[in-house]
Design a protein around this ligand. Structure first.
Ligand code: ATP
Ligand code: MG
Length: 139
């Protein structure tokens, strides 16, 4: 079993597609092991996206991530890191495959509805960033 962090970004929450995103995880056999809605501060968003701090889009991205509430989830399942990335689609929605979350709901490269960890090390860091052990179901 593997775990990954998923975020429904402020644009996804604003578009009322929380249920639609979760449905896609569940119909693909992915378990939700933890979930909460929060509104990040700028500092919290900067800490989460610290890997991108040298990128030209860092300031805009962290502003966007604080523009409204987000839903953070721990997803669990076999190969769930790669599976979630496939369900999400490419970062740039114009290049995303048909039927992916980003192809269906993203509006630009930044407002792309969802985040998903990209490797096991980043998943471990990102899950810990939002959840403590008591908040994650362990069955
Ligand atoms: P995420 O980390 O959110 O799951 P990702 O791994 O597909 O997305 P990253 O390269 O990690 O993409 O970029 C993080 C986020 O930064 C993207 O999801 C997007 O919101 C934003 N972003 C990425 N590239 C650009 C860009 N060229 N211009 C503006 N925003 C960007
Ligand atoms: Mg990423």
């Amino acid at each position: 079993m593997e775990r990954t962090l998923s975020i429904i970004k402020p644009d996804g929450v604003a578009k009322n597609v929380i249920g639609e995103v979760i449905k896609r995880f569940e119909t693909n056999g992915i378990k939700i092991a933890a979930m909460k809605m929060i509104h990040l501060t700028k500092t919290q968003a900067q800490g989460f996206y610290a890997v991108h701090k040298e990128r030209p889009f860092y300031d805009s991205l962290t502003d966007f991530m604080t523009s409204g509430p987000i839903v953070v989830m721990v997803l669990e399942g076999k190969d769930v890191i790669a599976k979630n990335r496939k369900i999400m689609g490419a970062t740039n929605f114009e290049e995303a495959e048909a039927g992916t979350i980003r192809k269906d709901y993203a509006t630009n490269i930044e407002k792309n509805v969802v985040h998903g960890s990209d490797a096991s090390e980043t998943a471990a860091f990102e899950i810990k960033y939002f959840f403590n052990a008591l908040e994650i179901q362990n069955k």
